[in-house]
Design a protein around this ligand. Structure first.
Ligand code: GLN
Length: 433
């Protein structure tokens, strides 16, 4: 079924930065399926900006491996989706191309940083999309927009061609309206690639099964504590009750290292970002900035002009955390906290197969509601632990509070992405029945 696909979306939510001319598509498991791709994933011949002015006009000369796989699966790449600048944010408001709006309520944010991908799927413009998740950027917008999103196990999907924000934390992953479609897209993108040296050869090729009898589900107290809206907590507890009705057993577990998760995450991600983003000098791409100064001063001026305030804040934080005399106090300590969290999860997963909790502590915020960076960072508390531990985690819609979607988060052991998909599928089918 080779052909072309018409795609002229009514992009009233500002979900796309670029929409593409229709390339002919090949035969394959996704033949003729329109797929949207987050704008930090390289697409040959199609502008890729990371939501930043510093990369405006950048047209990659090569495809990311996941994009190669999409093309050969017959998918049509119909556009590049809006995102927080370089993935730094939880609302898509830090994009240089204007915020994306939440299709469920356009006065609210779609979540971030893959907010454009989530909005495009939720608005029905595409059935599936790729996002990336460094500290929640697939799961947060999936939860806020009422769709499904999977952050795969670290090392399961190639990062070749992903423009890096924080390499040790991030993965590309699938977003869609159903668990089945998330699993289909995952089956296309999760293939071994020697160009990503952090990969393990564990391809994903799975049809979800709703059979979860005997599944042991851990419920960590830390996921229902301070800062979590009680109505969100209750909605998620009811969803866990559905898993019990389907034959799962719940067990209380504890992740004590959660206390330091957010601090560790923000030291590690800003440190990696400060080093990754040093390469952008605004000379080849981005709007021309007139400067006749010395190179040192020009580099400062260009980066001041072309990076947004959140990106500059993180470069400064990360550069400080890594600087001589401080690295032991911040970066090394953060690595210890990270190891503790990994061990907490390992311990819990000796007893249980899945860990369940809310994806986000609240429902979607109003546009412009979060003005100080700290309160924005705090909203990532329930998603960053899975990135620090490298484990798979899915968000599946599980009800509404004030008419706004709530996400149930299901985490699993490393390389047991199939099991978290099955648990989400069982839940989804269970509530539909
Ligand atoms: N909100 C988190 C951050 O700003 C997560 C972002 C992401 O996963 N890319 O770092």
């Amino acid at each position: 079924m080779a052909g072309t696909l018409e795609f002229s979306p009514d992009d009233r939510y500002n979900a796309f930065i670029t929409t593409c001319r229709q390339a002919p598509f090949a035969d394959g498991p996704l033949a003729g399926t329109a797929v949207a791709v987050k704008d930090n994933i390289s697409t040959a011949g199609i502008q890729t900006t990371c939501g930043s002015r510093i990369l405006e006009g950048y047209i990659p000369p090569y495809d990311a491996y996941v994009v190669e796989l999409l093309r050969s699966s017959g998918a049509a790449i119909v556009g590049k989706t809006n995102m927080d600048e370089f993935g730094m944010g939880s609302t898509t408001e830090t994009s240089a191309f204007g915020p994306t709006r939440n299709p469920v309520d356009p006065g609210r944010v779609p979540g971030g940083s893959s907010g454009g991908s989530a909005a495009a799927v939720a608005a029905g413009l595409v059935p599936m999309a790729l996002g990336t998740d460094t500290g929640g950027s697939i799961r947060c917008p999936a939860a806020f927009c009422g769709i499904v999103g999977l952050k795969p196990t670290y090392g399961r999907v190639s990062r070749y061609g992903l423009i890096a924000y924080a390499n040790s934390l991030e993965q590309i992953g699938p977003m869609a309206r159903t668990v089945e479609d998330v699993s289909r897209l995952m089956s296309v993108i999760a293939k071994y690639d020697p160009r990503d040296s952090t990969m393990l050869d564990r391809p994903y090729d799975h049809r979800p099964s709703a059979e979860i009898k005997g599944l042991q589900v851990g419920v960590p107290e830390e996921y229902f504590g301070e800062g979590v809206d009680p109505r969100v907590a209750e909605t998620v507890k009811n969803a866990i009750g559905v898993l019990e009705d389907l034959g799962a057993t719940t067990v209380p577990v504890s992740i004590p290292g959660m206390r330091y998760a957010l601090a560790a995450y923000y030291v590690i991600c800003t440190s990696e970002a400060s080093s990754n983003l040093a390469r952008f000098d605004g000379v080849r791409y981005g709007p021309a900035v007139d400067t006749r100064k010395s190179w040192h001063e020009a580099y400062q001026d260009l980066r001041l002009e072309l990076f947004g305030p959140e990106v500059r804040r993180r470069i400064m934080l990360g550069t400080f955390a890594l600087s001589a005399g401080y690295a032991g106090r911040y970066y090394a300590k953060a690595q210890v906290a990270r190891r503790n969290i990994q061990q907490d999860f390992e311990r819990a997963f000796r007893e249980v197969d899945i860990i369940a909790g809310p994806t986000m502590p609240t429902v979607a915020f109003r546009l412009g509601e979060k003005t100080d960076p700290l309160s924005m960072y705090l909203s990532d508390i329930l998603t960053v632990p899975a990135n620090l531990a490298g484990i798979p985690s899915i968000s599946v819609p599980c009800g509404r509070v004030d008419g706004l979607p709530v996400g149930l988060q299901l985490m699993g052991r490393q390389f047991e992405d199939e099991r978290v998909v099955d648990a989400a599928y069982a839940y989804e089918q269970g509530v539909r029945a």
